[in-house]
Design a protein around this ligand. Structure first.
Ligand code: CUK
Ligand code: CUA
Length: 662
């Protein structure tokens, strides 16, 4: 009863709001619309909060989102591009996994080559477990130019160009088989950080696990990004050997802490499992001690050591040894409580927030205190000789935020937001120190929790890990949607929940549930949409998206032809609405085929696809693009190639015959 009354009165409020809004434009129809809205709200059993949420997220047809979120795809191995606040998926970017719509890894030679660069010791890898996207930054702000992302499974880093939203490079970590603590970028994107995870012998060599303490090692890799070349420069990159604790998430220092990097860790117990042999299982063995270690790394000094050549060579890659790091004061440890996770640096770089998965607190380390503790010297060390800064000398505060804290981001009003896996909820709490002037509360304290559905891993706020977060929106990246959506079988979609964090002092409000049925995204980053400035079409006809120049095999109108050199047939083809030229190709079984296609169109929406059934070829040719693929004509027969994008009224006629004579 009460609910219905409430509902009706709020429905009226909504109707009035709509009336006011609409009457400004169309006074004749407003009354009818208003009544309709009330009826719809009553009919669909919508609460006032529902109506408010709908009004805040509804995107009228044709209107664009204010923010763009780049979400990891988890074991989909891809990146998903999502508009906020509408939560509409705008694009899948093929990264570590073939993606047929974009023609990523399904024939086009350049895409095959990029994927092949991600092979591990000669074994081709056709998937990835993308975890942490990192937008490129200038002066600590997202600049909208590049996106990096790691593959946790195989320790690889990919680079995506935000001019065309395509992957340009995959680098395999030369010393680690898996990673986790990346990617993060330094404030001017000079370095891309890839932290390790499970310790192994570096270079993925063999050593028995009984030699764990001596032969197994952690690592952090610093990839040099060459912005001018638009590529990671492997030859200028290096890694640091770390103790065989399992390094976890890293973050790059900014402002006052710029030039330094922090990485959390767990399993400082150096548990090696072996429940079969009567040892504690990993989850117990790696959780025995109360404290693990935050790694504090002087990146600027490490760069000098690496450039001076004071490195060892592992798989042809320069690595600063643990001994060298200790001798050169590159590495310090600080205790961090209870199975730590997350290491997130505040916008001004003054504090590091670390969560403890088994501790209801977040621990806040002061950068100034870390520096004075380092200066004070005279530290005890771990068993490898790495100095340990005393806990009390570096901790600024601890805030009890709730159960199972994981990851923290920030807003523009001096609040921090921490995901609580076990509650599950998102906690909003106040930053002290210089942030106190931004909010009405004093000191370091929990302000509010909002339940989420269900277990949250990462959360992300708009530009929330930059030097100037926007606030406004928070997305809670929840695992296992349970009852939130229709049952689609035992494998559950994840649930992205959009939360309004706009108003200082106001309660956080849940706005929208978005099912993610395409993998288990871990982290995402949200950028203001107007910072992105992608191309509408490639700059010139014949453009090779990988080299960023005119392709040497670009085909111009009138230059289409088929050339034969011995057993090699080379096809030069153009695509334009609504035909491929040539339309008929005769070859012989056993020929090696090299096929070049250029889309000679200049119109924004004139993409053509090209599929060659039976030979596993499927490419997408955007306006202006030139690409090539090769195959051996091992089967004779008649093969019908056709355009896979519905490009015109006569799209079905955009086809041709490949005749392979026996
Ligand atoms: S980790 Cu997934 S919830 Cu890979 Cu960033 Cu913490
Ligand atoms: Cu070109 Cu359909």
């Amino acid at each position: 009863m009460t609910k219905n009354k409430n509902l009706l009165s709020w429905g009226l409020v909504a109707a009035v709001l709509l009336f006011v809004a609409v009457s400004a434009f169309a006074p004749r129809t407003s009354t009818r619309l208003g009544r309709g809205a009330t009826a719809i709200a009553a009919d669909r059993d919508l609460t006032p909060d529902d109506i408010e949420a709908a009004l805040k997220t509804y995107m009228p047809s044709g209107r664009h989102d204010d923010y763009i979120m780049f979400s990891s795809g988890g074991h989909a191995g891809q990146v998903f591009v999502i508009g906020l606040p509408s939560m509409r998926i705008l694009k899948t970017i093929g990264v570590f996994t073939p993606e047929p719509w974009q023609g990523w890894g399904t024939g086009a030679q350049d895409t095959m080559d990029i994927l092949a660069d991600g092979a591990v010791d000669g074994i081709e890898i056709t998937w990835g477990d993308t975890h942490h996207p990192a937008l490129s930054e200038t002066g600590g702000e997202y600049d909208g130019q590049w996106l990096f992302i790691n593959d946790k499974a195989n320790a690889r880093v990919a680079l995506i160009d935000l001019k065309d939203f395509e992957t340009k490079q995959i680098v395999k970590n030369p010393i680690a088989i898996n990673d986790h603590g990346g990617t993060k970028v330094t404030p001017d994107t000079e370095w891309v950080i890839e932290g390790g995870q499970y310790a192994t012998p570096l270079g993925y060599e063999y050593a028995p696990i009984s030699d764990y303490a001596d032969s197994y090692r952690g690592m952090v890799t610093f990839w040099k990004f060459d912005r001018l070349a638009g590529r990671i420069d492997k030859s200028a990159s290096f890694a640091m050997e770390l103790p065989p604790y399992w390094q976890d998430l890293c973050d790059a220092g900014k402002k006052v802490s710029e030039g330094w990097v922090v990485c959390g860790s767990f399993n400082s117990e150096m548990a090696t499992g072996g429940i079969e042999d009567g040892n504690p299982p990993f989850e117990a063995g790696a959780s025995q001690r109360d404290m693990d270690y935050l790694h504090i790394i002087n990146l600027d000094a490490a760069i000098r050591v690496a450039r001076a050549g004071q490195t060892s060579d592992i798989n042809g890659f320069p690595v600063i040894s643990l001994e060298r790091s200790i001798a050169e004061n590159l590495l310090y440890l600080a205790p961090e409580p209870k199975s730590p996770h997350g290491a997130d640096i505040t916008p001004g770089g003054e504090y590091i927030v670390v969560s403890g998965k088994l501790d209801p607190h977040v621990t806040i380390y002061s950068w100034a205190k870390i520096q004075s503790s380092i200066r004070a010297g005279n530290h005890r060390t771990d068993s490898y000789g790495v100095p340990i800064l005393p806990f009390d000398s570096v901790v600024e505060a601890q805030v009890e935020v709730g159960l199972g804290p994981l990851h923290t981001e920030f807003d523009n009003q001096g609040y921090a937001y921490t995901s609580l896996f076990l509650e599950p909820a998102v906690a909003r709490w106040t930053l002290g120190g210089p942030y106190e002037r931004l909010h009405p509360e004093k000191g370091w304290q929990l302000v509010q929790q909002i339940p989420v559905h269900y277990n949250v891993g990462h959360l992300v706020t708009a530009e929330g890990d930059t030097v100037s977060p926007d606030g406004k929106y928070l997305v809670s990246l929840n695992k296992w949607a349970l009852d939130r959506f229709a049952n689609v079988g035992p494998l559950l979609p994840q649930n992205f929940q959009l939360i309004d964090i706009e108003n200082n002092g106001d309660a956080m409000k849940l706005l929208y549930d978005m099912p993610m049925g395409i993998g288990e995204p871990h982290y995402a980053q949200i950028i203001k949409a107007d910072k992105l400035n992608p191309w509408e079409v490639y700059p010139e006809v014949g453009w090779n998206p990988t080299t960023g120049t005119i392709d040497e095999h670009a085909v111009m109108l009138g230059e289409e032809r088929v050339e034969r050199h011995g057993n090699t047939v080379e096809i030069f083809m153009t695509a334009i609405r609504s035909h491929f030229t040539p339309e008929r190709i005769d070859i012989r079984k056993g020929d090696h085929v090299i096929w070049h296609i250029t889309n000679v169109e200049r119109a924004y929406d004139a993409t053509h696809g090209f599929a060659l059934p039976g030979y596993n070829i499927n490419v997408s040719i955007e306006p202006g693009e030139a690409l090539s693929f090769e195959f051996d004509a091992t089967n004779d027969g008649v093969f019908t190639y056709y355009c896979t994008e519905f490009c015109s009224a006569l799209h079905l006629e955009m086809m041709g015959y490949l005749q392979v004579r026996p």
